[in-house]
Design a protein around this ligand. Structure first.
Ligand code: HEM
Length: 136
C-alpha cells in the first residue's frame, strides 16, 4: 500500500476485517503491513489481537490480553529499558519480514508527505523505464 503516516484511529481500520482484508500493526512507532502474515494476525489467528493496533506494549511485556491495548496513543514512557529493547528487536523483525507503511502519529502530529520519496515500493509503476533499471 501507499506509504503513509497514520493516527491510531486510522490504524484501527486495518484489522483484516475490512473489504481488502489488509492487516497493519504498529511497533515502536512504526506501522507495518503484515497482511502476508494473516495466519498469525488474521481474525482468529494467535496474534489476531495485534491487527490494527499498536502492539508495542504487548510485545514489550509478552502479554496478549485486551487491557494491554490502549484506545489512545501510548507513549510507552513507563516501560523499562529492557522492555524497550525488546520492542526494538520486534521492530527489527517486522522490518525484515514486512513492508513498512509509515509512522504512527502522536496526537497533533502531522502526517509526512511521501509523494516525493525515492522509495518505489509504493509507486504504481509511474515510470516503468526507471524501475527496469533497478538491479535489486
Ligand atoms: C506459549 C507461548 C507462545 C508460543 C508457543 C509461541 C509460538 C510462536 C511460534 C511457533 C512462532 C513462529 C511461527 C512461524 O514463524 O511460523 C511465533 C511467532 C510470533 N509470536 Fe509467539 N508464541 C508464544 C507467545 C507469544 C507472545 C506472548 C507474544 C507477544 C506478546 C508472541 C508474539 C509473536 C509474534 C509477533 C510472532 C511473529 C509472527 C510473524 O512472523 O509475523 N508470541 N510464536
Amino acid at each position: 500500500m501507499k506509504q503513509q503516516d497514520m493516527t491510531l484511529e486510522q490504524l484501527r481500520e486495518y484489522d483484516g476485517k475490512g473489504p481488502e482484508g489488509r492487516i497493519l500493526l504498529a511497533a515502536n512507532g512504526k506501522i507495518f503491513d503484515v497482511t502476508r502474515g494473516k495466519r498469525f494476525y488474521g481474525p482468529g489467528g494467535p496474534y489476531g489481537l495485534f491487527a490494527g493496533r499498536d502492539a508495542s506494549r504487548a510485545l514489550a511485556t509478552f502479554s496478549m490480553t485486551e487491557d494491554v491495548f490502549r484506545n489512545e496513543y501510548d507513549d510507552l514512557s513507563d516501560l523499562t529499558s529492557m522492555q524497550m529493547e525488546s520492542v526494538r528487536e520486534w521492530e527489527m523483525q517486522f522490518t525484515e519480514k514486512y513492508d513498512y507503511v509509515g509512522r504512527l502519529l502522536k496526537p497533533g502530529e502531522q502526517p509526512r508527505d511521501y509523494t516525493d520519496t525515492e522509495d518505489e515500493q509504493s509507486e504504481d509503476q509511474k515510470d516503468k523505464s526507471e524501475s527496469e533499471k533497478k538491479t535489486d
